[in-house]
Design a protein around this ligand. Structure first.
Ligand code: HEC
Ligand code: HEC
Ligand code: HEC
Ligand code: HEC
Ligand code: HEC
Ligand code: HEC
Length: 348
């Protein structure tokens, strides 16, 4: 019996990784909170001599997170032209861009970095709420308070990336009615997104985004909208699986057709998976967008305004999103599901 207990104890110790901070639960409180705003006689949050709302180490919750997440796999980053490794959500550094417009005459008609994705109330890192959008399009969530803890539970939970599920967020500021998505992510410390190492989106992403974006992009909403959270059907699945780029539109096979730049929800997806969709897979919000930000307007996974992907970054001078097919003829990745590419050789 003693021996069994000893083995159990050893297993528990081994199971606890030494590097984890959040550790799928509540991290040590003083990583983010300060009880007296004083340590060694100095203010912990020098900007708030009179204290702040949640006894935080910085008055703005997002600045608290960025204090670590500017170096822990760089959720922010410092130079929008030299972004940190891509994990899945994309880096907030593109919010610091002065122009994202790579459409015709884009150099003369700048689209500011606030269109790169979700803006944050993080004045300590030079990031402010969106200058154009005052609330979530399709919903009512106010842009003025959008930050890391609008989406992630600072106290941890069992969900994918500690995303909030049904219930209150940001100390009751809003209430989510849809659960957290089913997904598996890459390790926080190693590697970056590739075709064999990527977030495995398994279900519920569109419903989760709808917590703030309401009926946005839902067919049932009565808007002029692209489907999201809907099954793609046999013909679109076939097109995706055959499509292997503008110069090889019918050469793909289902077993290796997965493109990390154009993902879909499917319960069978794995982080190393290369299989393309089946009829029951779903097109979802993150098929076309990234959750944090990208160097394209509207947080596009690719720039929606260029004809050839290699034109990305040319007009605007912003970071060029890599073309997964690395070919000068490559056109929009919408073609992965709807082959309307040069020559239009889609048999479906
Ligand atoms: C990763 C950062 C982080 C850690 C670690 C953390 N907190 Fe918090 N906590 C926050 C933030 C940010 C808020 C402000 C509310 C929000 O933005 O969601 C907050 C708010 C609170 C609140 C008030 C609102 C509420 O949700 O009840 C309490 C109480 C609290 N924390 C206690 C704790 C305790 C106790 C611990 C340790 C067991 C802890 N926190 C660890 C970031 C953290
Ligand atoms: C004291 C440093 C520190 C602070 C402050 C901090 N983090 Fe982290 N965070 C880490 C480390 C280290 C990891 C990777 C290991 C882990 O998951 O615990 C991480 C991982 C994460 C992950 C990925 C978890 C996973 O493995 O899937 C999320 C999401 C996250 N942090 C969000 C936040 C948010 C939101 C805040 C602010 C409320 C915050 N962090 C504040 C250190 C920090
Ligand atoms: C907690 C609420 C919240 C959630 C959850 C949320 N959003 Fe948003 N979103 C907002 C707000 C507020 C804005 C407008 C302010 C801004 O752009 O920073 C916005 C703006 C956007 C924009 C436009 C960015 C721009 O500046 O043009 C896109 C695209 C977007 N969201 C996509 C998504 C997707 C995809 C998801 C799910 C992965 C999602 N959102 C989840 C609140 C949310
Ligand atoms: C609008 C909601 C939203 C906001 C705001 C947000 N996140 Fe995320 N975050 C997500 C989603 C969704 C994912 C998973 C994306 C994926 O894998 O495609 C994610 C992933 C992550 C990861 C895992 C690594 C990665 O890049 O995929 C970390 C760490 C993280 N977020 C930290 C943060 C921090 C720190 C902030 C604030 C500076 C923040 N998030 C703000 C929704 C959000
Ligand atoms: C993951 C697959 C996928 C991607 C990527 C995708 N779509 Fe779709 N799209 C669908 C599905 C599924 C439908 C609904 C079934 C259909 O009409 O073929 C649809 C429908 C449409 C329709 C309406 C067609 C009709 O007959 O009413 C248009 C237009 C469209 N998509 C354009 C786009 C554009 C533009 C892009 C790129 C920004 C894009 N799609 C990316 C899967 C996708
Ligand atoms: C087929 C690709 C595709 C899918 C799927 C998709 N979007 Fe979009 N989204 C776009 C494009 C392209 C734009 C640029 C504006 C436009 O074309 O209407 C955009 C723009 C947006 C904007 C900015 C609107 C504004 O007024 O600035 C938000 C917010 C947004 N999408 C959220 C979502 C959410 C939430 C979902 C899932 C429910 C979703 N998108 C699914 C392609 C897509």
């Amino acid at each position: 019996m003693k021996k069994v207990l000893f083995i159990l104890a050893a297993l528990i110790i081994i199971a606890a990784p030494t590097m984890a901070f959040h550790d799928e639960g509540v991290a040590h409180c003083n990583g983010c909170h300060t009880m007296h705003n004083s340590q060694d006689g100095a203010l912990v949050d020098a900007d708030s001599p009179l204290g702040n709302a949640y006894l935080l180490t910085d008055a703005d919750p997002s600045d608290v997170c960025i204090a670590c997440h500017d170096h822990i796999e760089h959720t922010l980053g410092t130079d929008p032209l030299a972004p940190p490794a891509l994990k899945g959500a994309g880096n907030f550094v593109y919010l610091l861009e002065d122009n994202l417009n790579d459409g015709h005459n884009g150099a003369l008609n700048p689209i500011g970095g606030d269109a790169a994705g979700h803006n944050l109330a993080a004045p300590g890192h030079g990031i402010a709420p969106d200058a154009t959008l005052t609330s979530a399009p399709g919903g009512t969530f106010p842009a003025s308070v959008l930050g890391c803890t609008s989406c992630h539970d600072p106290h941890g939970n069992a969900n994918f990336r500690f995303l909030y599920g049904i219930g209150g967020v940001q100390d009751g500021l809003a209430t989510f009615t849809n659960p957290a998505p089913d997904a598996e992510g890459l390790s926080m410390f190693f590697g970056s997104e590739s075709q064999t190492s990527h977030t495995a989106y398994q279900g519920g992403m569109s419903a989760w985004c709808a917590n703030c974006h309401g009926d946005f992009h839902q067919e049932a909403g009565g808007r002029l909208e692209h489907p999201s959270g809907s099954t793609i059907g046999g013909s679109v699945a076939n097109t995706y699986n055959l499509y292997n780029g503008t110069i090889d539109q019918l050469g793909g096979v289902q077993a290796t057709a997965y493109l990390a730049e154009v993902p879909f929800d499917d319960a069978a997806n794995t982080t190393a998976g290369t299989a393309g969709p089946t009829a029951g897979s779903q097109v979802m919000c993150l098929t076309c967008h990234r959750a944090h930000a990208t160097s394209a307007p509207d947080a596009g996974r690719w720039d929606f305004s260029v004809t050839f992907l290699h034109e990305d970054g040319l007009e605007s001078g912003s970071y060029a999103i890599p073309d997964p097919y690395a070919n000068l003829n490559q056109r929009s990745l919408c073609n992965k599901c709807h082959n309307k590419d040069a020559g239009d050789v889609n048999p479906f």
